[in-house]
Design a protein. Sequence first.
Lengths: 336, 507
Amino acid sequence: MEDLNKKKFSLTSFFLQWEWMLVILFILVNIVNINLSPYYFTFGGLRDATMTFLDKAFIVFPMVLIMILRDIDISVASIVALASVLMGYLYSLGVPMELAVVICLATGALCGFINGLLIVKFKELSAVIVTLSTMIIYRGIAYIILEDQSVGSFPEWFGFFGWGYFYGIPFILIAFVILAVVFSLLLHQTTFGRRIYAIGNNPTATRFSGVQVDKMKLIVFTLAGLMSAVTALFLTSRMGSTRPNVATGYELDVIAMVVLGGISTAGGKGRMLGAVIAVFLIGFLRYGLGLINMPAQVLMIIIGLLLVIAVMVPNLKPKAKAKTKASKSPSHQAAG
Amino acid sequence: MSEYVLELKGITKTFPGVTALDHVQFQLKPGEIHALMGENGAGKSTFIKVITGVHQPDAGTIFLNGQEVEIRNPKEAKARGIAAIYQHVTCYPDLSVTENIFMGHEKVQKGTKRIRWKEMHEEANLLLKELGAKFDSKATMGTLSVAEQQIVEIAKALSTNAKIIIMDEPTAALTRNESEELYRITEKLRDHGTSIIFISHRFEDMYRLASKVTVFRDAKYIGTWGISEISNENLIVAMVGREIKQLFPKLEAKIGEEVLRVESLGRTGFFADISFYLRKGEILGLTGLVGAGRSEVCQALFGIAPADKGRIFINGKETRIADPLDAMKQGIGYLPEDRQQQGLILSWGIDKNITLPALARLSNKGWVNRKKETELASNLSKKVNVKTPSIFNLVSSLSGGNQQKVAVAKLLTSDLNIIILDEPTKGVDVGAKSAIYEIISGLARQGYAIIMVSSEMPEVLGMSDRILVMREGRQTAELEKSSATQEAILEAAMSNKNDSVIDEAAG
């Protein structure tokens, strides 16, 4: 009877988790890479590789929240561009860089807030359509600000975001790990995270349980804008200059990482850890294949295949379960 | 030729871990309406799926007109003249009635494969006319009422020349008038020689229509009786396997001071001029036909769709209720009508469902306290007597009655004074109903003020201290328990004064 209050720990279900699959894939990728290139497995090489793929990974955190909410945000790359371009432009006009950085973050948050507001106010529009529109608008504004030029020559301290080390570890890696822990705790240990899962599973029942669904969405989309601006900081710092066409295609890379991380496209399922592993999986894959000059197209095919597996495998498990359940809960299929 | 159009013998069907059917039998005569009854989970749905070819039995034989047959898939069942009509109509809401009727067996020009629309519309109209329908075959399915959609489903069955029609709880979503209409059509079908298997939780359906009744319990065949041979009590015993001494265990509760007062509350297009008061320990029954605006009043009080006219007083103080969180903070809780869509997260465990409304109380600066959470969920689950091996089991694995208990437990997590129950026993089987009545009665004794919306007359009469009747968005009667009768309620619910405030467009 005591067992009633204790969750049973099952070894098989522990190892059947998607995250283990990702870890195995991650080890496989590294074994292949080591065999392909003698230059791969050097501390300096791996360390610096993280600098090139981690910038967009900051958007993965809020994207996990958004996709658990059963929504999506495809305007994130445009927010990166707009925030970055505005920051560069203001600096070129003589605004102090410190202030420009703050404005960059504020712009990102504002763009995300606008997305959230539109999604909450116009419920008949899906998040894809809303963020598709703002994706075009935000990128368009970036082009109006800078036309086809680029701005750069930022102060030296600004380079620290992209190129700085802290006790020999890239600053971007430290920032990523800290934020990964923060977002994991937020999602898995707080009422905020629990409510996000609830909304993703059943928004109506969640609202009827006294959760302010609209407010939650607004916060999460604003967070996505803010984190896009963080990406803008790191990206701009690493490149040393910015143009309106920066970060093109980032939204798809980010969504790919989230889906590969095991976050259900139907909402309500998945964990932060999976997405974090997926970031390194794709990043190292890209780095290793880059070392042996594998064409980018081949890389895309490999990532595509991984995604197909990612969306297929979790779908197979519930289906097998559903079959056994069908007897108990009639699904009212039309027989005629 | 056999005496029976359909006969099943020794049908057994097991799923991993569950025996859904255990050597059940069933006999259907031509031109007979045969009621199939049993609690939820008794095996009725699986049985239907065996007949319609969705499931293959592990053992047993099926005879059609005396010939042993195998029904391997739904298409074969259709070809053999078997059709099923479900409680939740499975239609294509954006297509026309004709398209819905002929879905899957459209009339097609040979060779060119062009669809012969004119012919289809004509035949559809003919079928609809036969069934006494008042809408055209070109109407869009989604614009029809549930009752009208069911007529379309019946027309669909007839268009495939079905000789055996299975109706699975067809009256569950219908008003009294609509049910009458369905009875008439069903009898007409019977008179034309169609055999009908009728599944329903409503006894009145069975007494009104069926000539025979077969009862399943716990996946087993219990018996078949002529309708006049078996008493209501014996039928319930057959269904639940025990005697239900008191279906309505309403205990006297001490009625205290007024906690809620509503003055000419209204929401444009849905309801108007609703005024009532509610006291501590009191159960106020809110009844009327489906669509009379009862749920809308409740949802206004819970802040889901706030009222735009009138005043609400809680404990004597005038207040506004902006959203559900606001309502809960002011002590109002709501048990939604549709527990699967509005009440629960089916893919979650019992524990997390129960604590969802109380997360703020179970956390410290936003951090969820798992230990406190499990403790509360476990206590409340015991309190409402959810039958489950563990509180971490998924809600989807529970029966309807136990799911409803979990939904009730959610209300008890918060500090409430007023509980609104919207059709608390809808789709719950007889045994679990009585358990839910017991819980409700207990809540009133604890001092909760309760509004209970219900369409079921015996429930309203058995449980309420006072009864408010609504019709077409207005309140038409307020009856004391002592003076309330079925007739008085019905008259107030159906009287034909022409002052509806419900927008046609909105309804």
